[in-house]
Ligand binder design. Structure first.
Ligand code: PGA
Length: 272
C-alpha cells in the first residue's frame, strides 16, 4: 500500500515572522502522525529558516522549482545541489503557474524533473487541464501528453522515486475542487497509462490531487483508491487548515492499515 503524502505549496507567500508561527504550529499538530508523510515547499529565501524550524520533525521541506543545470552562468537560477545543501527533499516541478506565467514547457519541465532526481530530490511533477480543455473532453489528451513527456524521455523507472500531482487548472485557487470521483477518474487514467509501461512502478507511484483541497473535502478525496494525498496551496498557509488535512491523510492510512514504516521517504526530516 502507498502511504499518503501531504505537501504544502506556499507559492509566493510568507514572511520570517509568519513562517515561524505557521511551522511551529504544523510541527506541534502532526508530531504524532507517523502513518503519513508531510512536506512544505517554500519560497527560496525561506528554505534556510524552514530547515532550522523543521529539522528533527516529521515534516520535510522543499522548493517550488529549480534550474535543470548544475551550476554556471544562469543569473537568478537555483540549482538542485543548492537545495540539497539546505536539506530539501522535494521540489515541485511543472506547476501550472510556472507553465503559464513563466512559459515553462513539457520539455523544460521534464529536464527539471530529471535534474531533481539526479540530485536526490523527489520531484513532484504537476499535470492538469484547463477548464476549456475539460469542456472539450481533452483532459486525457493533455494529462497524457504531460505524463508522456517524462515516460518517453526517461522511461517509467524515472517515476520510481518521484511523485505525480494531478492539478486541474480550474480547481486551483478557485474554491471549486474536483469531486473525489472526477479526480479519481484522472488518477486512475494516469496510473493505467504508467502500468502499460511498468505495472510495478504504476502501483508504487504516489499521485497527489491538488486544487482547492480544504479540511472539509480532504477525507473524501483521500478515501479514493488512486488518490495518495494532496498538494495544498491556500490551505497550507494556515496551520488551522493545513494540520486537519494532514490528520485526514494520517487517519486514512490508519484505517487502511498502512504500516508506519512502509514509506517512500524517511519519516524524520534529516539535518543538513
Ligand atoms: P490551491 O492551490 O490549494 O490554493 O487551490 C493548489 C496548488 O496550486 O498547488
Amino acid at each position: 500500500m502507498r502511504r499518503k503524502l501531504v505537501v504544502g505549496n506556499w507559492k509566493m507567500h510568507g514572511s520570517i515572522a509568519a513562517n515561524r508561527t505557521l511551522l511551529e504550529k504544523v510541527v506541534a499538530g502532526v508530531y504524532t502522525c507517523y502513518h503519513a508523510d508531510f512536506a512544505v515547499c517554500v519560497p527560496y529565501p525561506y528554505i534556510a529558516q524552514t530547515q532550522i524550524l523543521l529539522t528533527g520533525s516529521n515534516v520535510c521541506w522543499g522548493a517550488q522549482n529549480l534550474c535543470s543545470t548544475r551550476d554556471g552562468a544562469s543569473t537568478g537560477a537555483v540549482s538542485p545541489a543548492m537545495l540539497t545543501d539546505f536539506g530539501c527533499t522535494h521540489a515541485i516541478i511543472g506547476h501550472s503557474e510556472r507553465r503559464n506565467l513563466f512559459h515553462e514547457t513539457d520539455d523544460t519541465a521534464a529536464a527539471r524533473f530529471n535534474a531533481a532526481r539526479e540530485a536526490g530530490l523527489v520531484p513532484i511533477f504537476c499535470m492538469g487541464e484547463s477548464a476549456e480543455e475539460r469542456e472539450s473532453d481533452w483532459t486525457e489528451y493533455i494529462v497524457g501528453r504531460q505524463l508522456d513527456s517524462i515516460l518517453r524521455r526517461f522511461g517509467p523507472q524515472a517515476l520510481s522515486n518521484a511523485v505525480l500531482a494531478y492539478e486541474p487548472l480550474w480547481a486551483i485557487g478557485s474554491d471549486k475542487a474536483a469531486t473525489p470521483e472526477q479526480a479519481q477518474e484522472v488518477h486512475a487514467f494516469i496510473r493505467n497509462r504508467i502500468a502499460r509501461c511498468d505495472a510495478k512502478i504504476a502501483q508504487e507511484v504516489r499521485i497527489l490531487y491538488g486544487g482547492s483541497v480544504t479540511p472539509a473535502n480532504a477525507a473524501q478525496l483521500f478515501a479514493m483508491p488512486d488518490i495518495d494525498g494532496g498538494l495544498i496551496g491556500r490551505a497550507s498557509l494556515s496551520a488551522e487548515e493545513f494540520v486537519p488535512i494532514c490528520l485526514a491523510a494520517n487517519d486514512r492510512c490508519v484505517r487502511s492499515n498502512i504500516h508506519r514504516f512502509e514509506g517512500h521517504d524517511a519519516p524524520i526530516a534529516a539535518s543538513a
